[in-house]
Design a protein around this ligand. Structure first.
Ligand SMILES: C[S@@+](CC[C@H](N)C(=O)[O-])C[C@H]1O[C@@H](n2cnc3c(N)ncnc32)[C@H](O)[C@@H]1O
Length: 269
């Protein structure tokens, strides 16, 4: 791919998703869109670029973003966050809180919000509470997987043994290599498509807890700051934000206080 074509891809990706593709990612982009080009019978990257830029390109955008973004995730990834979630839920219940609003802001294929609801079900009596998790992602493809809530058995190794019982999941009836998340847990989660680089978001909040993990690494500081200002607006006072272990808010001038690495508190407005 020549420099000019790569620069145009970079510009388009940034405009549509805030994803900042650094120089030197030409081979990666070429490899990732290669599959789409073959499916469409296109030989040249410039043809694919023209399709994206044309009116007929609208439908292709979803496939393109899926090809470019990384959806890697797993159950109970960065498990300290789920320990902390358990702690906050316990404290809130002791204080008499009965309504909980939690947001998984880049939920990918669902492992993150399902780990949250498993943690909550293991900690609280959800039936007696007004408890909701909003799970969002830019990719409609991963959101479909998330809604289905069906995963290969190999993923069980990441789920604590005390959350593998029938209150949480069961073997799939059509494929014994798969398990499904129980409907009783799924109904606490609403899945929706939200582009984190396009603010303001439609939700009113306030959220008690926001997980925005392993997505800001793909953004530049301009998009990160815009996103974090929105998260700050949507968090209630006393609410928490979790970011990925390799992410931080330093230098972004966001009034959230770090309480431990990758966990932030909104202390005041
Ligand atoms: C690496 S996964 C992280 C998933 C999960 N939060 C975790 O930590 O395991 C990154 C996710 O961010 C999503 N993503 C990338 N750009 C986005 C954007 N502009 N708005 C919303 N989601 C985005 C991708 O589709 C992908 O599912």
């Amino acid at each position: 791919m020549d420099n000019k074509t790569f620069a145009r891809f970079q510009e388009l990706i940034y405009q549509k998703s805030g994803i900042n593709l650094n120089e030197g990612k030409e081979t990666l982009v070429q490899a990732r869109i290669g599959k789409r080009m073959r499916a469409l019978g296109l030989n040249e990257c410039t043809q694919y670029l023209r399709l994206l830029e044309s009116n007929q390109g609208n439908e292709e955008w979803g496939f393109f973003l899926d090809a470019i973004s990384t959806n890697v995730t797993h159950f109970f990834r960065e498990s300290e966050h789920f320990d902390f979630l358990k702690k906050i839920l316990n404290v809130s219940i002791d204080e008499g809180q009965t309504k909980f609003r939690i947001w998984s802001a880049a939920s990918s294929s669902g492992e993150e919000p399902y780990s949250m609801i498993m943690t909550a079900a293991n900690t609280l009596n959800l039936k007696s509470l007004d408890f909701k998790i909003l799970a969002t992602d830019i990719s409609s493809r991963v959101l479909e997987i998330a809604k289905k809530g069906q995963y290969h058995k190999d993923n069980l190794k990441n789920i604590p043994v005390n959350m593998q019982g029938q209150n949480y999941l069961s073997l799939s009836k059509d494929d014994y290599n798969q398990f499904v998340i129980n409907e009783t847990l799924k109904r606490f989660i609403v899945f929706s498509r939200i582009n984190l680089s396009s603010t303001p978001f439609p939700m009113k909040g306030p959220f008690d807890i926001v997980f925005c993990r392993n997505v800001m690494i793909y953004f530049d500081n301009h998009v990160r700051a815009k996103l974090l200002r929105e998260i700050h607006r949507l968090l209630r006072i006393g609410g928490y934000l979790m970011v990925g272990h390799s992410e931080s808010l330093s230098g972004l001038n966001i009034p959230l206080e770090m309480v431990q690495p990758s966990i932030y508190l909104k202390r005041g407005s």
